[in-house]
Design a protein around this ligand. Sequence first.
Ligand SMILES: [Zn+2]
Length: 482
Amino acid sequence: MPQGHIDRRTVLMGSTALGAAGLLPRPALAQADTTGQGGQAATSLPARGKFVVRGAHVLTMDSGLGELPRGDVHVRDGAIVAVGAGVPAPGAEVIDGNGMIAMPGFVETHWHLWTSVCRPVVRNDDPRYGYFPVTSKLGPHYQPEDSYRSVRLGLAEALSAGVTTVHNWAHNVRSSAHADAELRAMRDSGLRGRFAYGSPQGMPNEQPMDIADLARVKHEWMPNDGMLTLGICSRNVGNDPNPMRGTVTTEMAKKEWGAARALGLPITLHTSGPRVTQLLDDAGLLGPDVQLVHPLNTTAEDRAILARRGTSYSTSPVGESRRPASAGVIQLAELLEAGVKVSMSIDHTTTYNCDCFVCMRMLYSLHQHRIGNKFKLTTRRLVELATIDGARDLGIADKVGSLTPGKRADLILVRTTDINVAPVGDPFDALVMLAQPSNVDTVVVDGRILRRAGRFTALDYAQVAKQAADTAAALRMRAKWP
Ligand SMILES: [Zn+2]
């Protein structure tokens, strides 16, 4: 049996063990049940309230509604009811928005959440303990509960930083129970997100991904209440041998992507290695349901193909900017100029943190350093990239990404009175140049207030952190390393 492979009997035992470990849902507090285990209500989340944010500087990120220097946002039953000045909201709880920017929550579009607990093991100054060696070594030792705790740790940080939607790049799905554990962690967190189902660490490149289980996940978990969506994360395609994500031939990609498409699911992959875009296009694989990750070495021909196919590119500026100069630069201006859909992502949080403000700031700095005013990149454009463009990339812009009446209420309040930002002039400049996660005062996802005054309203962070530390220690023991 290949390393890391888990057969179906083990999967069933894994599910039982998971229940015994106390990870099965506790009684619902706030939300009606739907179908299947995936539809069961999230545990201990606050109810969707009726409230109105009054007197905030509202950045709707809706091109029709624009910016309201003093505006209100009325939320009811998880939806945005009205945005404007002095909106009537009888019976609604009033949240004072004075001294705050109200804006859509950040939508990040690629994050290896299962690696979050590797943080205490990964080191920057010793290549033996770099991100890839550590995650490749520990990955095969993950039990479902480790996956749960790792995703939960990452999502707790996401919430604290104002991220309301994630794209969970789950390329360590070792069994059905592991898939369920990651999905349960997403659901229990209250965040919105896409679960990109992938093959486990250590699986041979010749072995196809578990399409039957992918179909099961779709059947059991989708749709739950509109919070979770599903896709696949493909192994790398072409000539880049990558032990971490695996590398498959175009023939294998055609099989796996075809199976995903037959289920109506989108595809994401990393495009490390040269000439990947043209290889994929020659194989007839590209389309608007494909997201590529790390736009560093594209050619003008590549960008023309991507624009033509409607394929998007997700940039993770913090990690990408640490790569050697030979790996290329982040080609944000070139992509935007060519009309390629671009979004922004966290990637992982083992050697950097979840900070969309820093991501925007780095994109701005790198752009100014390399291109400057030859291509005008405004701070407003960067906030779009971090909100509505992320929603477009994940195919949920009809639901979130802007403060538009009728959309779901995913919004954040950012304090403008804190010492690192006050006094605020242009709000977009403040967000991109000055703000940091500690300025995020309030986080609302689907109408549930999950952070208020910079604190979790429901999540027990001490428990999340303790369990993550225990899991990291247990993984090291099991792997007998390092
Ligand atoms: Zn990645």
